[in-house]
Design a protein around this ligand. Structure first.
Ligand SMILES: Nc1ncnc2c1ncn2[C@@H]1O[C@H](COP(=O)(O)OP(=O)(O)O)[C@@H](O)[C@H]1O
Ligand SMILES: O=P(O)(O)O[C@H]1O[C@H](CO)[C@@H](O[C@H]2O[C@H](CO)[C@@H](O)[C@H](O)[C@H]2O)[C@H](O)[C@H]1O
Length: 466
């Protein structure tokens, strides 16, 4: 198997197998974009990665490649390698998401879906109501994470899914439903690309095209700016500073309640009985035990966390529906027309079948509340603020708690008011359990990825303070 391709995959931001032992076991060309100019061919390949171990589990990654017969200096940074291909001959091979020429072919295919493509069946879908700007240039988003997002001018944004799985992609399915329902809290869906795979008789969803939110600011960045503003004014309280976030937190609560209502109207809403509640509590306990093995500091909070899960067992049912599943401030964008919620893929680490399952709305609410706690604690960790030197850490911690509580309350009040329900005892029990479960998850996440931030979830359990 091609070594250059293997090394390139190993280094890619979106590759989820870093640190594991794996082999590139197959690369299959599943389509070629029509209309390429002389000297260029644009393909889509699926790379199969197989992990070592008894299970021999595999993952599929999508590779859009640009095959040039001459080197292209302008995209030298995106060179995958140079090799001979039976169909394309000797080629300079580039990651196509960096290449304007290649991306123009993708956009053109959305605007005028080809009836058949050279190999496989790439099925481009477009929703009526928006005329794509074919003159726009593509730019790859630099903050590329699990997927690759390419902006076409200020008109459209294409998300190329990297790790792909046969079946429905929740990001596309949910954007379609919310767009057709006229939701004002998501970027409108313009189209999507399916691979109808004859070999396995399945459909794999490869990409999503949506409205580019021109005036968007990232919710996480806005929250950090608000906290810095508070910390700079050592004598003022959270409700007294110009950068107060409570109005935004409240609007986010309304936006989430409206999105949940739209999802409930268009996807099944089910009631799960006590046995399912018991399973949920057991799953949370299981995650806690595994987390304690990795983060021993959690053990001190084991009893109170288990008591929270036990209270959950007291509920005789829970209502479930389609939710976001991985909500935090980094998944929200503030535009001139209000808050938008992005990335409905669910937690990338979970298998697709899990991510499509209905869940409790309180999981999303808990995700946001945790983010309202993270933002001030992250700023506090940087040592920012104009506090007195002798009481600095204590003051920072106090102000962080104040910001967190104020925005949590504003968000939660607006959410429950918009739903037309008080936060009753059952909802409080559920919310507490989801909050606890998320904190445990975060402790593991931080221990693995950002050990310097482990104190943030631990502080939420009443242990250390930041
Ligand atoms: N419609 C949009 N318009 C402008 N920016 C967007 C839009 N949707 C998402 N983004 C931004 O693009 C980046 C990646 O989006 P996201 O859906 O979170 O991708 P990923 O699945 O790779 O995490 C984020 O910074 C997000 O704020
Ligand atoms: O967006 P992802 O699906 O990759 O989510 C993962 O990374 C998040 C960090 O970006 C992490 O979120 C945690 O840190 C955030 C600040 O960086 C904070 O706002 C969240 O509340 C906190 O949970 C998330 O847990 C992880 O799954």
């Amino acid at each position: 198997m091609n070594e250059e391709l293997r090394s390139w995959i190993a280094e890619a931001r979106w590759f989820g197998g870093k640190g594991r032992d794996w082999e590139l076991t197959a690369v299959r060309r599943v389509g070629e974009l029509p209309g390429a100019p002389e000297g260029l061919r644009v393909s889509i390949e699926l790379a199969e990665v197989t992990y070592a171990g008894d299970a021999g589990d595999t993952e599929l990654y999508q590779l859009p490649l640009a095959w040039y017969d001459h080197p292209q200096d302008r995209i030298g940074h995106a060179l995958v390698g140079e090799w001979h291909d039976d169909d394309f001959g000797q080629s300079f091979v580039y990651d196509a998401v960096h290449d304007r020429e290649s991306m123009a072919l993708w956009l053109q295919a959305f605007a005028a879906p080809p009836t058949s493509t050279a190999r496989g069946l790439l099925d481009f879908h477009s929703l009526a109501g928006h005329e794509l700007d074919l003159g726009s240039h593509s730019t790859l988003f630099s903050g590329e994470q699990s997927n690759s997002s390419v902006a076409f001018g200020e008109d459209a944004l294409m998300k190329v899914f990297r790790k792909v799985t046969p079946g429905v992609n929740p990001d596309i399915a949910i954007h379609q439903v919310l767009t057709e329902a006229g939701s004002t809290h998501v970027a409108a869906l313009y189209g999507w690309l399916d691979l109808v795979d004859d070999e396995t008789n399945t459909t794999i969803q490869l990409a999503m095209l949506q409205q580019f939110l021109r005036t968007a600011s990232d919710g996480w960045d806005l929250a950090l700016a608000s906290v810095r503003n508070l910390f700079a004014e050592a004598d003022l309280h959270a409700d007294e500073v110009g950068g107060d976030f409570a109005g935004e937190a409240s609007r986010l609560g309304v936006a989430l309640a409206e999105v949940h209502a739209d999802l409930a109207a268009h996807f099944p809403v089910e009631q799960r009985d006590a046995a399912v509640v018991d399973d949920l509590a057991s799953a949370m306990e299981g995650r806690l035990s595994a987390a304690i093995d990795m983060v021993p500091d959690l053990a001190a909070h084991g009893a109170s966390l288990r008591a929270t899960y036990d209270r959950l067992r007291g509920l005789d049912h829970i209502d479930v529906q389609q939710v976001h599943g991985d909500l935090h401030l980094g998944q929200t964008l503030r535009t001139s027309k209000g808050w938008k919620i992005v990335d409905f893929e669910g937690e990338p680490a979970k298998p697709l079948a899990e991510r499509l399952k209905p869940d409790s709305v309180w999981r999303d609410v808990a995700g946001m509340i945790r983010s309202f706690d993270y933002a001030p604690r992250v700023v506090a960790l940087t040592g920012a603020g104009g506090f007195d030197a002798d009481a600095e850490a204590e003051q920072r911690s106090y102000r962080a708690g104040e910001w967190s509580a104020r925005n949590r309350t504003a968000f939660l009040d607006a959410y429950t008011t918009q739903r037309g329900e008080d936060l009753g005892p059952a909802a409080t029990t559920l919310l507490d359990a989801y909050l606890a479960d998320k904190v445990v998850y975060e402790a593991v996440y931080e221990a693995r990825n950002r050990p310097g931030w482990l104190s943030i979830p631990l502080a939420a359990l009443g242990g250390t303070t930041t």
